[in-house]
Design a protein around this ligand. Structure first.
Ligand code: C2E
Ligand code: MG
Ligand code: MG
Ligand code: MG
Length: 289
């Protein structure tokens, strides 16, 4: 009986694996057409400046409008695109789309907004990345300091020489550099000395229980102080409650980002929310993803 059960669960397991493998192959095939079919879209999640109570910037988060499966989140296709190498072209599209959005905002009341894009380590491997970003900024005629690049600490573990060079070139362009998911990356703090970083984004996992857990509160305060003492900015990710916001304000965190302010939303929704002044704590904007 146990043997039978064992066999059944084994069978179930392999079927599950086969399903996942089929889905993977299907998505991988669809991914090869997605750019040509214009199926990607950027959602924007605003970052609130706690000092001025103004929206300071917006993080661009990619979604895939899949022809049959609906709106897919990055977790469902970015790892796949990294494996196949298609991430390079997707990343180029993201940068260009962000620059186009910045260009559209020129001369409008949204002119001061900065856009942050996410780049994975795999994208940094591309020798032409910096040239491409420069070309996108030039062709759209937007100042480099409107654009921010978010990188995770993985880039400080491997290919350090190459990555340092890429970051220096990006910084020379005038693009701002942020460390995403700060504090969970298994890398040494030494990179803060060697790399030209502008901003730390405290990982959501520290913020979730920051008002309940002493250790999370200590770590969050330490990161805020670290950033201030290094003379760089600090953002808290994943802020969902007023209590978290008050804690972060009290400890002089510069910026907050999270569902309390707004979920990631289409650009039209961001613009109308800004126009209506509802991107303040309490005036939460909601959407599907
Ligand atoms: P990330 O850059 O750390 O982005 C933050 C993620 O947390 C986003 O998920 C966002 O929707 C979610 N989030 C924001 N506020 C809250 C909150 O208050 N509570 C909770 N529970 N979650 C919150 P999303 O959009 O699914 O993106 C996931 C990850 O995918 C991103 O993590 C980023 O690493 C990656 N990603 C997104 N867009 C791109 C892209 O264009 N290129 C690359 N290479 N990666 C991307
Ligand atoms: Mg990010
Ligand atoms: Mg993050
Ligand atoms: Mg994160």
């Amino acid at each position: 009986r146990a043997k039978e059960q064992g066999r059944n669960s084994y069978q179930f397991y392999t079927e599950g694996m086969q399903d996942r493998e089929m889905l993977r192959l299907e998505l991988d095939k669809d991914l090869s057409q997605a750019l040509a079919n214009d199926e990607f879209v950027l959602f924007f999640q605003p970052q609130l400046d706690l000092q001025t109570s103004q929206i300071h910037s917006a993080e661009a988060l990619i979604r895939w409008q899949h022809p049959r499966r609906g709106l897919l989140s990055p977790a469902e296709f970015i790892p796949l695109a990294e494996e196949s190498g298609r991430i390079t072209d997707i990343g180029r599209w993201v940068v260009l789309a962000a620059c186009r959005q910045l260009a559209k905002w020129k001369g409008t009341r949204f002119e001061q907004l900065r856009i942050a894009v996410n780049l994975s380590g795999r994208e940094l491997d591309d020798e032409e990345l910096v040239d491409h970003i420069r070309e996108a900024l030039v062709s759209e005629d937007v100042p480099a300091d409107r654009l921010e690049v978010e990188l995770t600490e993985e880039i400080f573990i491997q290919n350090i020489e190459h990555n340092l060079n890429q970051l220096s070139r990006l910084r020379q362009l005038g693009v701002h550099l942020a460390i995403d998911d700060f504090g969970v990356g298994y890398s040494s703090l030494g990179y803060l000395r060697d790399f030209p970083v502008d901003l730390l984004k405290i990982d959501r996992s520290f913020i979730t229980d920051v008002t309940e857990r002493h250790d999370d509160a200590v770590i969050t305060r330490a990161v805020i102080n670290l950033a201030h003492n290094l003379g760089i900015g600090v953002v808290a990710e994943g802020v969902e409650t007023e209590e978290q916001l008050n804690f972060l304000r009290h400890h002089q965190c510069n910026l907050v980002q999270g569902y309390l302010i707004s979920r990631p939303i289409p650009v039209e929704d961001l613009e109308s929310a800004l126009d209506n002044g509802i991107l303040l704590p309490g005036g939460t904007v909601d959407s599907e993803l």
